[in-house]
Ligand binder design. Structure first.
Ligand code: EPZ
Length: 422
């Protein structure tokens, strides 16, 4: 397995281009199942998760061509040969469950493996099932697979979700586009990736309103046509790289960044003493002066502080002046980066869903292990600011969500290289 070697090397300066959003692309790709006409995505990120979704769609019989070095995905699901998403693929990537709603809506049947747990939590699918059953689907759990049927087609309904689940919102909205009648989805998730999905579905002929608010209304239509859609900028990659100049000093411009994607995150950085200004090309980030100040963080559904930036923010707080309390409210086990940061000299105490970080003057480089996608990059951020060398192992986690990390950070002066595994 490959590892990444980072050497603390002082302030960073320059520009970093931000790619298309992984979590938008992973819900836009299954949308091709809703129409027999071609759906083309541009600004797609080059990530292993996208390759996994490609393999899943192809296993169903869809055509997916990756063009222009992976930045364009030309897809067509005119003739599907299967409606089953196998455990082998779903266990690797939970987002595979996003084929459930589209398959049900277009074909009236779907067999999707439960994803099983992952490092950050149990991650059940009860909210997906409840929403699709509200639309008239009959769903049984057998041998670890959800067997879903809608023989007479789906019917619009008013449904309020118990929690604003991102994936459940995406599955229910996609299914409702072809249901008979009107669906009103209450307590819907408001993430920008959902807004991006709705904008794409609307280009395909869907009748939807309210995206980005807690209530989304969908008028079912008989069929959807093809479209071409540009994937929205990745706000989590954006937030991750905003932390590079914050933790190292210097000034970096994140190309393609927009303030509306990271509002609550930028407010927290401002309170910590980091300036974020919107330019015509993106977001410019610099440490204002002196040491970063400790701030408290609570993760919440959008527009609150994103859980996917909690690990990275913790790395910054490890070197801040004062004590920071980070509360993780979305996932039950998302502090596995903490013990690795402690190996680098951080002072962190974890009790249940709360981590208390007391900043230290200087972190020390050390061999550390990535445990999940976002934890991997928080260790790289810590390594950029640490004294000496940090080796991050198991970087296959990193390849799931960050393209060309070494090249992007080298481009602003970081001392970082990828070491080929045995
Ligand atoms: C999406 O996951 C993202 N993944 C996650 O990003 C992100 O952390 C998460 O939303 C929260 O923002 C993709 O978009 C592909 P949820 P999702 O359904 O849809 C519980 C990353 O690093 N829940 O909003 O799975 C669940 O266990 C990944 O890019 C139920 O209880 O998230 C979790 O505790 C990690 N029942 C919470 O809700 C359900 O039926 C949030 O889950 C569904 C979810």
């Amino acid at each position: 397995m490959d590892s990444i070697l980072v050497t603390g090397n002082g302030p960073l300066n320059g520009q970093i281009p931000i790619a298309g959003a992984k979590n938008a692309c992973l819900t836009l790709m299954p949308a091709t199942l809703l129409s027999e006409e071609p759906l083309t995505l541009t600004n797609a990120p080059r990530l292993s998760d996208i390759k996994t979704m490609t393999a899943l769609l192809q296993s169903l019989g869809a055509e997916v061509s990756s063009l222009q070095d992976g930045q364009v995905l030309a897809m067509s699901s005119h003739d599907l040969t299967s409606h089953t998403a196998d455990y082998e693929i779903v266990r690797k990537m939970r987002a595979s469950n996003l084929v459930l709603g589209p398959l049900l809506a277009r074909f009236g049947e779907a067999v999707v493996s439960l994803p099983g747990g992952c490092a950050i939590g149990a991650r059940p699918m009860d909210l997906h099932v409840e929403g699709l059953e509200a639309l008239g689907a009959e769903i049984e759990l057998e041998d670890g697979y959800l067997h879903a049927k809608a023989p007479g087609g789906l019917k619009g309904a008013v449904h309020e979700m118990r929690f604003a689940s991102v994936g459940a919102t995406e599955n229910i909205v996609m299914a409702a586009t072809l249901a008979k009648g009107t669906t009103v989805l209450k307590n819907a998730a408001r993430e920008p990736e959902i807004v991006d999905l709705v904008e794409c579905l609307r280009k395909m002929g869907a009748q939807i309103s309210g995206e980005g608010t807690s209530t989304i209304e969908i008028q079912g239509v008989d069929r959807l046509h093809g479209a071409t859609h540009q994937v929205v900028t990745d706000r989590i990659e954006l937030g991750t790289y905003m932390l590079a100049p914050a933790i190292c000093g210097g000034e970096v411009e994140l190309l393609g960044g927009r303030m509306r994607l990271v509002e609550s995150f930028a407010e927290k950085l401002d309170a910590a003493g980091i300036s974020v200004t919107e330019t015509t090309e993106g977001l410019k980030v610099a440490r204002k002066n002196g040491r970063v100040r400790a701030v408290d963080v609570v993760t919440e559904p959008f527009p609150g502080f994103p859980t996917d930036l909690q690990a990275q923010m913790m790395a910054l707080m490890c070197t801040a002046e004062g004590t920071s309390v980070l509360e993780e409210r979305i996932f039950e086990n998302r502090f596995m980066h903490a013990p690795e940061l402690v190996r680098m000299g951080a002072n962190i105490e974890v009790h249940g869903g709360t981590a208390t970080v007391t900043g230290v003057e200087q972190l020390k480089g050390a061999p550390v292990m990535a445990t999940d996608l976002r934890a991997s990059v928080s260790l790289i951020l810590a390594g950029l600011a640490a004294e000496g060398e940090t080796t991050v192992s198991r970087v296959y986690h990193l390849d799931r969500g960050y393209e060309h990390v070494v090249r992007k950070l080298e481009g602003v002066g970081a001392k970082i290289e990828r070491i080929k595994g045995q």
